[in-house]
Design a binder for this molecule. Structure first.
Ligand code: HEC
Ligand code: HEC
Length: 570
């Protein structure tokens, strides 16, 4: 043990300065402060890894521009599961009585009425690129040229003389927040999983001959179709329990179950699909925000990814979920190291949207300072410490914006996991397929190791105001619910897109307005209805910190509003 530690130390000290430590021993940089919190020793650091590759400012800027473009246009060109653009256009132009429409109608009533790409993408929850500087969020959205005719999240690549379409990271990791386009903020209503499900139905119900007859595709479109039809056989899919959640995790597990049990998870039609509990048991979660990465050393909502670059891992997972040949992917990752570095530099460098940019001068600093006291008493042991401008020595010289600014974040030197009694299905989901993942040669070559954990990461709360609904499964519609004991939380709520600052946001409780204030058509659309009684959707837990030793609620209504006022400044 001693020897291996010394060897590791030697090895680490030999690494060039820019090499990043992706091992399970990695820690945040910075000064350390430790304290006891409810019987546990907590050690926080004040550094972060916003410049994860330690690039000089010039290079960092270049990487960020390229990285943003990769987040918008999916860079993996060996991906096989894609839509032939021209053939799709023919479908949209076909009149409602054509054989083609009738065929699609038989497969899916949902898909049949779409008259153009726009209808489809609206349904998927995608939004347009920013058109004016006012619409630009905190994170660079690269100039994507012609691609900007499509919404953010649509990826189009040349394929010989044709064009092939798929989703990029932005399909799940970007949001239109009251007109501002924020790359790195979760899509509140992603339907990527459902598109895969529709695609699988259409591909498996058709064949090359039928495709030829119905569409009359070009030779290249035919090849895109054939590749997709092959790949989709190795993709296992699942519909999310509720709109707003995503089943990518289950998709990885279910897809691996369709492949051989060897170190390349070989695709073969002779392999019999293995049974996976994920087919029945939910493991849904919301897409994560990216700006927290700089404070973390383990990845995903349950910190189950112990080592490896999370962007590397993401490509692996995205591609398993798209039926890739893992030998090809291994080679692609080897040849495209720079692409991965660029995307990595970008995601770690993203920032949160600020409340004050949306609601100028609306924070009451006196209230927020009272909230800060509550936070330091009840929350910092898990969520870290956020130093504010108003706490600085020179605070009397600061203007409003500088007073409410966060000057420093202290977060765990190693990411922690806590079981606070929130819904267990998502973290349990990892236990069903982590062995399949760890066994892969490619996981070993990129250094990814998955270790299931019991509980979830208490996430850094930077930009928390913009992240409603809350908890990994979206079960709390407002911050007020998060800090109210479970039995008094809203059991159901109605979700609504964040279009209008006044109508679609409860500024006081910070989150979705209560049901009677939700506007049509969302109010009567059952898809936007969240029911915490559903499996995996429970809103229990996260309450011992809210109760005193006699089990009584610690915070009054006014305390909660003060605490929310503070949280809105993070
Ligand atoms: C189909 C939707 C979808 C797409 C596409 C997608 N993601 Fe994600 N991503 C998720 C979900 C859902 C999670 C959270 C899973 C969890 O932790 O439970 C996540 C988590 C992450 C995390 C971990 C964050 C953390 O705090 O640990 C990173 C990093 C990430 N995604 C990056 C990417 C990148 C880069 C791409 C493009 C290559 C991408 N994602 C594409 C849905 C998606
Ligand atoms: C014992 C550790 C612990 C303490 C103390 C704690 N939390 Fe949490 N908190 C968690 C965990 C774990 C989660 C993630 C739960 C999940 O997603 O299922 C969480 C989630 C949250 C979320 C939702 C985050 C998101 O992105 O959806 C907010 C907001 C939050 N906590 C606020 C607070 C506040 C405010 C306090 C103090 C009153 C507090 N927490 C005290 C552990 C803690």
């Amino acid at each position: 043990m001693r020897l291996s530690c010394t060897a590791l130390f030697l090895w680490l000290s030999l690494l060039p300065a820019w090499a990043q430590d992706w091992s399970e021993n990695s820690e945040l940089p910075g000064q350390e402060r430790c304290f006891n919190s409810h019987g546990h020793r907590v050690c926080l650091r004040d550094g972060h890894r916003a410049n994860i590759l330690n690039l000089n400012q010039n290079t960092l800027r270049k990487y960020i521009i390229k990285g943003s473009a990769h987040a918008l246009n999916y860079p993996v060109d060996i991906s096989e599961l894609q839509l032939p653009v021209k053939a799709m256009e023919k479908f949209f132009n076909a009149d409602s009585n054509s054989a083609l429409r009738r065929f699609i109608f038989k497969i899916s009533k949902k898909f049949a009425p779409f008259k153009n790409f726009e209808d489809l993408f609206n349904w998927v929850g995608l939004h347009d690129y920013p058109k004016t500087t006012l619409e630009k969020g905190p994170n660079l959205i690269a100039d994507m040229g012609e691609l900007e005719e499509y919404p953010m999240g649509v990826s189009v690549k040349n394929f010989n003389h044709a064009q092939a379409m798929t989703f990029s990271c932005a399909a799940c990791h970007s949001q239109d927040l009251f007109g501002t386009k924020v790359l790195g903020l979760s899509n509140r209503f992603p339907r990527a999983n459902e598109v895969f499900i529709l695609g699988q139905k259409a591909l498996l119900a058709s064949n090359s001959l039928l495709f030829q007859i119905l569409i009359g595709p070009s030779a290249d479109d035919m090849e895109i179709y054939k590749n997709s039809r092959h790949a989709i056989k190795f993709v296992g899919l699942k519909e999310p329990q509720t709109l707003g959640l995503d089943t990518s995790l289950a998709q990885v597990g279910l897809s691996l179950a369709k492949r051989a049990d060897d170190s390349y998870a070989t695709r073969s039609r002779f392999v019999r699909e293995r049974k996976s509990p994920l087919a029945k048991v939910p493991a849904d979660s919301k897409p994560a925000v990216w700006w927290n990465l700089k404070y973390k050393t383990k990845w995903l909502s349950d910190a189950s990814i112990d080592s490896g670059n999370p962007v590397h891992t993401n490509f692996l997972w995205n591609e398993i979920g798209r039926g890739v040949d893992l030998k090809k992917l291994e080679n692609w990752l080897e040849v495209n190291k720079k692409t991965i570095d660029e995307l990595t530099a970008y995601v770690f460098n993203t920032k949160a949207p600020q409340f004050n940019d949306f609601f100028p001068e609306k924070i009451d600093i006196v209230k927020a300072k009272r909230g800060e006291k509550i936070f330091l008493n009840s929350c910092k042991g898990c969520h870290g410490i956020y130093e504010k401008g108003w706490g600085q020595e020179n605070s009397h010289e600061l203007d409003y914006e500088k007073l409410i600014a966060t000057t420093k974040v202290w977060y765990h030197k190693k990411t922690i996991v806590k079981d606070v009694g929130t819904d267990p299905y998502r973290h349990q989901g990892m236990t069903y397929f982590y062995k399949d993942l760890n066994k892969l040669k490619i996981s070993q070559s990129i250094g990814t190791r998955v270790v299931p954990k019991k509980g979830y990461v208490p996430p850094p709360l930077v930009g928390i105001w913009a992240r409603w609904p809350y908890f990994h499964n979206n079960s709390a519609p407002t911050l007020y619910d998060v800090i109210t004991p479970a039995k008094s939380r809203a059991k159901t709520y109605i979700a609504v897109p964040s279009q209008d600052k006044e109508l679609d946001f409860d500024k006081q409780k910070n989150g979705y307005p209560s049901a009677e204030y939700i506007r049509e058509p969302y109010k009567s659309d059952s898809e936007y209805f969240f029911n915490s009684n559903k499996k995996g959707m429970s809103n229990k837990g996260h309450e011992t910190m809210l109760l005193d030793e006699n089990g009584r609620e610690k915070l009054s209504h006014q305390d909660k509003l003060d605490l929310i006022e503070f949280l809105q400044t993070l």
